[in-house]
Design a protein around this ligand. Sequence first.
Ligand code: RIB
Ligand code: CA
Length: 322
Amino acid sequence: MSSHQKPTAIIDCDPGHDDVMAILLGARVLDLRGLTTVFGNVDLEQTTRNARQTVEFAELTAIPIVKGMAQPLVRDIRHGAHVHGESGLDGPTLAPPTVPVREDLATDFLLAQSHEVENLTLVPIGPLTNIATALRLDPSLPERIKEMSVMGGSLTAGNATPTAEFNIWCDPEAAHVVFSSGIPIKMVGLNVTRQVAATPERRGQIRGIGSRTSTHVADMLDFYSERYRVVSGMPGGAMHDPLAVAALVDPDILRFEPMHVAVELRGTHTYGMTVCDARHLRAGSTDALGTPRGETPNAEVAVEVNADRFWELFLDVLATYQ
Ligand code: RIB
Ligand code: CA
């Protein structure tokens, strides 16, 4: 994709194995202005360390890394070490990081970039705390954001709880701020990301590329997939985060439908659930006056995925690394 067509973007992440896959993909298919880090899979110090190690092993050290929020806005902090291990990137070891972290805060960087760049795209693939805080610091931010491709939520079941997806569940109040912001949102939720698993066959294809990077990625996905097998019985680790990147560059990978998405902030069993209103999609779903039922859509929700098409893109991009 020539550079003038690449979306100019910032990836907001909590590395995490699948975050690393998103960064490798994003570095090639986006005009990637930086990585902002947030707590999530593990604590902020560790997610930031993991982001530094990622840009170093992939030789992407020109991409700035900027630290963000260490805690959720309101709720108690939770992590996902049961999937990603205590370091957040358990599995193959990586050299201790040497690349620096920028001095400024992620929120300052996001706001500054929104003034510097025409049509900035945001790709949050962790809890939405940084994005929500930037919105609270500068309510005019939505005027300068082209769109957000969010790995988060679910049209169907959750993973952190029966109803809530991990990124949203880590900071539901932040997610509410983001989904209420008016920024055009692509919501890439578990209902599609679970259909894209790093099966042994796919990991064999990755290993077959035969480079230093692809071998390391295959080793990472071996660890991640074994955890997924134990935790959820899936045939391979779900490629959640890279799908949020893919959504921005290949319209044939995901199909979206407009829906109103509300984030549940009170439910005993549903706290952090993305309540997606799909009633207007059913034929004849209008009221007596013919007005479509359901609230005005505030997001494009991914409803279908072409997994083969995603793997084509991901494997092609992986083959460009040493
Ligand atoms: O629920 C999946 C999300 O939680 C992904 O972003 C993964 O990295 C974890 O953070
Ligand atoms: Ca993540």
